[in-house]
Write a protein that binds this ligand. Structure first.
Ligand code: TPP
Ligand code: SF4
Length: 341
């Protein structure tokens, strides 16, 4: 395997395949930021693999000039886990959608995250099934009318980050397709994390769910309706940076910084390194319009990594008992067939 330290650029990450997403789809921005982020890591292309499931989003591996595997619906985390265990030296990414990762693939996603396999999982959340033409997904809002829910969706939506936090994923973050600078920073943080990194990207599907995130993400009011998480900093937001969050137990409250009764020490200070995911989950429950929607790194902690633990066990087992194929053949219920006479 080559480990030549060559300085790569975005162009080196672009494959010769024609990109087949609808014009204006948020997937383009995500692809472009992944292609920009990877050269920063200094990893040779032949050591990078993108594994995806099925969906518009899952077409991404074709467009990367790295190794890739457009696999089976919902099974990307499983295939990627196997690959990472067999080849721990590879840098393995999982590309999935809200349908692929949270319907058919939810259990696979959950187990990869709780094990802390060293994977970078990017979930493109457009709150709809794009590829199959607009059916509601597990993240679609209650009451949403779609082709598969003409009278309104009666399923309660899943919060992807709360699923990741419940599985105690060691890196959990959220970004949005239309803030490419923010996305770039979050992707780089995820790429450098040791263990499972789970990133939800709010992604606009212009054809089947256009404007799903406009209520808080439109440039005109984004600073008023989102809050950027920064480790060690209070959650200050607003065009005038005049509002912040105070936590009353695990209940958030919006406060005005010019309130004379407010004491600075009451403000919630973001701590992404907290072992206990309760506060991070509280942040995920902050939704528009009552609260600003948090974007950034919710949690970043260290825990032993599954693929390394497995490698260690195999090494130790080999040391305790050096492999002897002949002994395995002859152990237990084995017999020898002898020619008569
Ligand atoms: C076993 C199986 N069941 C169902 C499908 C149909 N199918 C293909 S993609 C998809 C959902 C895609 O939605 P999402 O993951 O949100 O991706 P998007 O297209 O929105 O990027 C479904 C249900 C399939 N291909 N295979
Ligand atoms: S259907 Fe939606 S998600 Fe799929 S390529 Fe078109 S705009 Fe993107």
């Amino acid at each position: 395997m080559s480990t030549t330290a060559v300085k790569l650029t975005r162009k080196d990450m672009v494959s010769d395949q024609e990109v087949r997403w609808c014009p204006g789809c948020g997937d383009y921005a995500i692809l472009s930021q992944i292609q920009r982020a990877l050269p920063e890591l200094g990893i040779p292309r032949e050591n990078i693999v993108f594994v995806s499931g099925i969906g518009c989003s899952s077409r991404l591996p074709y467009y990367m000039s790295t190794y890739g595997f457009h696999s089976i619906h919902g099974r990307a985390p499983t295939l990627a886990s196997g690959l990472k265990m067999a080849r721990p030296d590879l840098h393995v990414w999982v590309i999935t959608g809200d349908g692929d990762g949270l319907s058919i693939g939810a259990n696979h996603l959950l187990h990869a995250m709780r094990r802390n396999v060293d994977l970078k999982i990017i979930l493109f959340n457009n709150q709809i099934y794009g590829l199959t033409k607009g059916q509601y997904s597990p993240t679609s809002e209650f009451g949403k009318k779609t082709k598969s829910s003409p009278y309104g969706n009666i399923d309660h939506p899943i919060r992807p980050l709360s699923v990741a936090l419940a599985a105690e994923a060691t890196f959990v973050a959220r970004t949005i397709d239309r803030d490419t600078k923010h996305m770039q920073q979050v992707l780089l943080r995820a790429a450098r994390h040791h263990g499972t990194a789970f990133v939800e990207v709010y992604q606009n599907c212009v054809i089947f769910n256009d404007g799903a995130f406009d209520e808080f993400a439109d440039k005109a009011w984004r600073t008023e309706r989102t809050v950027l998480l920064e480790h060690g900093q209070p959650l200050v937001f607003g065009a005038q940076r005049d509002k912040a969050i105070r936590a009353s137990g695990v209940r958030p409250e919006v406060v005005r910084l010019d309130d004379p009764a407010l004491r600075r020490e009451e403000l919630l200070v973001h701590d992404e390194q907290r072992e206990d995911p309760t506060l991070a989950m509280m942040l995920d429950r902050m939704t528009s319009p009552e609260f600003p929607v948090p974007l950034g790194v919710f949690r970043s902690v260290q825990r032993p990594v599954y693929d390394e633990l497995m490698e260690q066990q195999i090494r130790q087992a080999r040391l305790r008992q050096p492999p002897d194929l002949d002994a395995i053949f002859r152990e237990g219920d084995s017999w020898e067939i002898k020619r008569e006479g």
